[in-house]
Write a protein that binds this ligand. Structure first.
Ligand code: WT7
Length: 649
């Protein structure tokens, strides 16, 4: 966001105090902040009591080898036992864990007892095909209950899962499988999207051509599409898992046992495998799910409208809610299938009390019109959450008014795949909300906005967001690359975690996010790397060079805009070159990475040291006056690009 846009924002003077009724019974109060402030480690030791330990930890944080943290290191636990069995043992087996709604309208009501039993069967199935504690398992599934079952079955036997978003390509799946040495994949024939079945299994087959170590694939039958099954390798889930015993004695693991690896884009081409471990992650997600959403598990119906393939799905659709014994909604499909009121229909049908989604969805609903939610009864809602990118004040106010009917607080939660849990967010019973601001760190978290020298900035000033004290759900390292972990997060400001986000403190000291300060884009709340998309483009035979920027987009926050130089032997590339390149990016990475716009140019603006000046390209992509061009090797390049673009259709 530009400085000018920001100062407009910071003149935002609408304020929304907590509803008195909510504040009177709020989970988090001013006392919670005071308690965390007084002794942060004692505070986390207290939060660790939310979960059940086979061996209670006596240690809290071990920071003797920074930045490699250990939390609750001498404790032992099982994540799946915490999410399921213990609730069943406490007599809550009949509580609904998930109201599942498939896109075609099929539904399943899954209780804690049902889920526990399915997870035990799946754990037995994984063991039967040779998966042992420590082995990595890839999960490539649509948003169906088996995705949760698969994750928890892995957790139950101590096999870290790596869930790959179903929208990623075969190539992206293969590179993740190779990077963490996966030998077993769990997938489905397909899922339902936009009113039709969309196949998944063919992408697994293609990926496995370059992954010879994968010896088994479990295939969930969802769409009943014709599906090729490799003899001796592929097994139908309903036959193989369905045939297993529902008893399974669970093993307990040390708190620092790896729970999962989630790949995310960094500022270089290669995705980073973020490693989360068991005890601290479960404590951090259970606590924040309870705190930020003021969760009352007996009465709330919670809905995270995000895919399980992203960290939001991991922390607030699976681990946090289940650890808390909450009832959630899980929806397979798109918001406009079969009509644009589908979400609101679901809120009414299941009596959703807390809705958690991304600003890009809210802006889409704004575009579709307020009359659509108006046709549905949304009176069950008492709290609204936002995640993934800064929420524009107008979207915040629209969300609060048209969805929350001015009764519901809006919590804008800032966090990352790396942080595992909410870090900066209003607390709904305490914070006076400001549209557009993420506000203050959650109790137990310590952050600073710092300048280039790492000094904290004052109120009214901007800088970089850092976290100044370890937190339980923090990433432990990057899979197989401790050095990149240290370099990426802990080298820019010694002793502080560098998040990669620009932020500003307003006059009251509240925090506003300004977007990434590295070569990472945020498209619809999903992280995309400019370099990764550039590499994909350059791998096309017609492309010599490519530069990618994230341009402001009214719907998706940022959109991918690419500038390419063609190889001379490709001539003008032919009439379909742009379509060809977009399809190529979808094939290499996934449809979500497809550039909104590709501009074929003769040259790219570079500094004297040869670095592409993305800032200038962003100016063009956003139709702005060009910024400073004095460091360019040849400033006429920009005039050339602009003339070219003006002349092209
Ligand atoms: C990046 C993390 C957190 C789960 C989904 C995305 C941006 C995220 C907010 C917010 C401003 C936000 C940041 C962050 N971001 N939430 N509430 N306000 N920015 O996870 O893919 O790891 O991306 O998303 O830039 O660094 P992710």
């Amino acid at each position: 966001m530009s400085e000018e846009g920001l100062s407009n924002l910071m003149h935002e003077d609408r304020r929304f105090p907590p509803p008195p009724e909510l504040a009177a019974h709020a989970n988090v109060t001013a006392a919670t902040y005071a308690e965390a402030e007084a002794d942060v480690e004692a505070f986390w030791a207290q939060q660790a009591r939310r979960i059940s330990w086979e061996t209670e930890p006596t240690q809290v944080l071990d920071w003797s080898n920074p930045p490699f943290a250990q939390w609750f290191a001498d404790g032992r636990l099982n994540a799946a036992y915490n999410c399921l069995d213990r609730h069943v043992e406490a007599g809550l087996g009949d509580r609904v864990a998930f109201h599942f709604e498939g896109e075609p309208g099929d539904t399943r009501t899954i209780t804690y007892a049902d889920l526990a039993s399915e997870v035990r069967q799946a754990a037995n199935a994984l063991t039967a095909i040779g998966v042992e504690a420590g082995d990595r398992v890839a999960i490539y599934l649509p948003m169906i209950p088996e995705a949760v079952v698969a994750m928890l079955a892995c957790a139950r036997i101590g096999a870290p899962h790596t869930v790959v978003f179903g929208g990623f390509s075969a190539d992206a799946l293969a590179s993740r499988i190779q990077d963490c040495g996966v030998e077993v994949v769990i997938t489905a024939d397909g899922g339902f999207r936009r009113g039709k079945p969309s196949p998944l299994k063919p992408a697994v087959d293609a990926a496995l051509e370059s992954c010879p170590d994968v010896h088994h694939v479990l295939v969930v039958r969802r769409t009943e599409q014709e599906t090729a099954m490799a003899e001796g390798r592929d097994l139908w889930w309903h036959e193989f898992v369905g045939g297993q015993a529902t008893e399974h004695a669970c093993e307990f693991f040390p708190a620092e046992h790896p729970l999962y690896i989630m790949y995310t884009s960094g500022s270089t081409g290669k995705p980073k495998g973020i490693l989360h471990t068991t005890g601290g992650y479960l404590v951090g997600t259970a606590y924040t799910h309870w705190a930020t959403f003021d969760l009352k598990p007996e009465t709330d119906v919670f809905w995270t409208a995000a895919d399980i393939g992203w960290v939001t799905g991991h922390s607030y659709l699976v681990y946090g809610p289940l650890a808390n014994g909450a009832t959630s909604v899980m929806y397979e499909g798109t918001p406009d299938t079969p009509h644009q009121g589908r979400w609101w229909e679901l809120v009414d049908k299941y009596g959703v009390t807390i809705l958690y989604c991304a600003p890009t969805a809210i802006r889409t609903f704004m575009k579709w019109g307020a009359d659509i939610p108006e046709r549905h009864d949304l009176s069950s809602l008492r709290l609204l959450g936002s995640v993934g990118e800064p929420i524009n004040p107008e979207a915040y106010v629209w969300y609060r008014h048209h969805i929350g009917h001015d009764r519901t607080p809006v919590v804008d939660t800032w966090w990352q795949t790396e942080t595992g849990m909410h870090m900066i967010s209003p607390m709904p019973g305490v914070t006076v909300g400001k549209p557009g601001a993420a506000m203050t760190p959650v109790p137990g978290v310590k952050v600073e906005v710092v300048n280039d020298e790492g000094q904290p900035v004052g109120n009214g000033q901007g800088g970089y967001l850092t976290v100044t004290h370890p937190w339980p759900a923090m990433l432990r390292t990057l899979w197989g690359d401790d050095e990149r972990y240290v370099d990426t997060y802990w080298s820019r400001f010694p002793g502080m975690y560098f998040a990669g986000d620009g932020a500003k403190k307003d006059e009251d000291g509240d925090i506003w996010f300004l977007g990434r300060v590295d070569d990472v884009m945020n498209v619809s709340g999903h992280r995309m790397s400019t370099t990764e998309i550039e590499s994909a483009l350059v791998s096309h035979p017609k492309v010599a060079e490519a530069a990618v920027v994230g341009a402001t987009d009214p719907m998706t926050g940022q959109a991918v805009v690419a500038f390419v130089i063609l190889r001379s032997e490709a001539g003008d590339g032919g009439p379909d070159v742009v379509q060809e390149l977009r399809a190529h990016v979808a094939r290499e990475i996934g449809a979500i990475a497809k550039p909104r716009q590709i501009m074929v140019v003769e040259e790219l603006p570079k500094t004297r040291s040869g670095k592409i000046m993305r800032r200038l390209l962003r100016d063009i992509a956003e139709n702005r006056e060009l910024g400073d061009v004095t460091t360019l090797t040849d400033s006429s390049v920009m005039t050339l690009i602009q003339e070219n673009l003006a002349a092209s259709p």
